[in-house]
Design a protein around this ligand. Structure first.
Ligand SMILES: [Zn+2]
Length: 272
């Protein structure tokens, strides 16, 4: 709260410190948030000081986060203190930089997937499995996702003798993008950097099993997951496109052969 006094620039004398509830649309969401500013009783002009402006931005970010089910800055701080974690410790658990924790606590909005990992870390669950994308491996679900991709692209992708492993590259992009958007992979598969590109780990051994799998045994794809698959299909309309794109990704190039590619690398993909 500021004690400062402001005068109306139109010469109406002292402005009144006023607590307002602002209604607005932020990123497509209707929110109400408290805002303090100075108001001229004569002409109604509203002025916010620099620190009031900062508080208003924070309160907009928090109202938005509350409305769409993300942790607010205060909830992150409170949750972290309850578990006796420093910002540094929390950052280490989540495999993010300490700057991210600081920003989320002071009003920058975290992504949905980061929110999920935050919730896990603050509730004391083991914090995000970066190799499987927070899901147990489901081979029927790999088949389900690839069948949906084939339907969207109107071409056959899952093949027994797929020497260039196109299906495995599409699956990599699909799982990475799903993790980025929802905090969870679609299939629970692990991925590795291999000379042929980023690959579903052990794909050559898995492919027969995938072809045999009963996709009815898998949990159906959610609308969000279908959108992710459609997005990947749009980005790479041919197998050559997905092959070339995968070979341009830094997260693949920087790794030695056989090294796992963690899902946390999804934020560094450049081709999607
Ligand atoms: Zn005035």
């Amino acid at each position: 709260m500021e004690k400062k006094k402001l005068s109306c620039p139109a010469g109406h004398g002292e402005m009144k410190l006023t607590h307002k509830k602002k209604h607005m649309n932020f990123k497509g969401v209707d929110i109400d948030c408290p805002a303090d500013c100075f108001v001229c009783p004569t002409c109604g002009l509203e002025v916010a000081t620099v620190s009031q402006g900062t508080d208003i931005q924070k309160s907009i970010a928090d109202a938005y986060r509350k409305k769409i089910g993300l942790l607010t800055g205060a909830e992150i701080i409170e949750g972290r203190k309850k578990r006796g974690l420093s910002q540094e410790k929390l950052a280490h658990m989540m495999k993010v930089g300490i700057a991210s924790i600081k920003r989320w606590e002071t009003g920058i909005i975290q992504s949905k997937s980061m929110n999920k990992i935050l919730q896990q870390a603050l509730s004391g669950e083991s914090c995000g499995d970066f190799l499987t994308g927070n899901r147990a491996l489901s081979i029927p679900r790999i088949k389900l996702a690839l069948r949906y991709l084939e339907k969207v692209m109107a071409m056959k992708i899952l093949k027994e003798n797929d020497r260039l492993l196109y299906a495995a590259k599409y699956m990599w992009y699909i799982d990475m993008q799903a993790y980025k958007e929802t905090g969870q992979s679609i299939t629970g598969a692990t991925y590795a950097a291999l000379p042929m590109g980023p690959q579903l780990n052990n794909y050559k051994d898995l492919v027969a099993e995938i072809i045999k799998a009963q996709e009815k045994q898998a949990a159906p794809l959610t609308e969000e997951e279908k959108l992710v698959i459609e997005k990947v299909a749009c980005a790479f309309p041919s197998t050559k496109r997905v092959y070339d794109a995968a070979h341009r990704e830094v997260v693949w190039k920087e790794k030695s052969a056989g090294q796992f590619i963690p899902y946390s690398d999804c934020f560094r993909l450049t081709e999607l």
